[in-house]
Design a protein around this ligand. Structure first.
Ligand code: ADP
Ligand code: MG
Ligand code: MG
Length: 247
């Protein structure tokens, strides 16, 4: 079975049809990128997959089990975790405590009052290892809100993945980064998703070209191409869809 399957998924808000019949299968271990112009519905698709929105029609399943009627925390407990286009960290907690929360979550702990004021214990070594993987050792005891933007995004990639899910959704993880920060983040994503199934949203293909096994192109709520990066780059319909944007 596929890790993630979308079957004829639709989503409307009032009269506006935003997702219009998306079919998608992501295989275990695959790195799959969704690209598309602004407003195509990429984040909406993530909101549908992660349980934040209910599809108007169609079905989503995780490892063959229907998830499209479950709330976000239950989808997460079944092994799917997502990042947000806007960072989603505990801003008053340190880098270290943010990562430890994710690792505790992965072990089945629930966040509690005590966790949130920094009284959680254990998993110190595993947390240090994550700090190192992310290159944030020197920022260990800094409050998340005081990190640079790129560091916040990096930490969010870490907390999303350290949470233990095997299917990971990243929504424009490098948006707003400079070029060298972006290169660094993409290398990091490759490294920390080595044993995961990855669905990554990016605005533009160049960012995910090296990382993705397959790329799906979403335009006005429809997948107009789904293929290897080389094939997608050579696809005339894809070039057409991006013409108005590139220049
Ligand atoms: P992308 O991530 O590809 O830039 P989005 O999924 O954020 O696009 O948005 C696609 C379209 O759906 C936009 O026109 C947006 O205004 C609309 N949309 C998204 N969420 C909602 C909502 N909760 N209510 C109404 N319209 C929405
Ligand atoms: Mg957008
Ligand atoms: Mg978006």
């Amino acid at each position: 079975t596929s890790a993630l399957t979308l079957t004829d998924v639709h989503k409307s808000f009032g009269a506006a049809q935003i997702i219009r019949g998306v079919n998608l299968a992501v295989e275990p271990g695959e790195r799959h990128a969704i690209i598309g112009p602004n407003g195509a519905g990429k984040s909406t698709l993530f909101n549908l997959i992660s349980g934040r929105y209910l599809p108007s029609r169609g079905e989503i399943s995780l490892h063959g089990e229907k998830i499209s009627d479950l709330p976000p925390y239950k989808v997460n407990r079944k092994g799917l975790s997502r990042s947000f286009q806007i960072t989603n960290l505990f801003h008053n907690m340190t880098v270290f405590e943010n990562l430890r929360c994710s690792l505790l979550w992965a072990q089945g702990y629930k966040y509690s009052f005590w966790h949130l004021i920094g009284r959680q214990t254990g998993l110190t070594e595993a947390t240090e290892q994550w700090l190192e993987r992310l290159g944030l050792e020197k920022r260990r005891d800094v409050q998340a809100s005081l990190l640079t933007y790129a560091e916040q995004r990096t930490l969010e990639i870490g907390t999303t993945i350290a949470g233990g899910a095997d299917v990971v959704l990243l929504d424009e993880p490098t948006a707003g980064m400079g070029l060298s920060e972006r290169d660094h983040a993409m290398r990091l994503i490759r490294e920390v998703t080595r044993d995961k199934t990855l669905l990554i949203v990016e605005h533009d293909m160049s960012v995910v070209f090296e990382l993705a096994d397959r790329i799906s192109v979403l335009v006005y709520g429809e997948v107009i191409a789904s293929d290897t990066p080389d094939a997608v780059r050579g696809n005339a319909a894809v070039q057409e869809a991006y013409l108005g944007e590139a220049h």
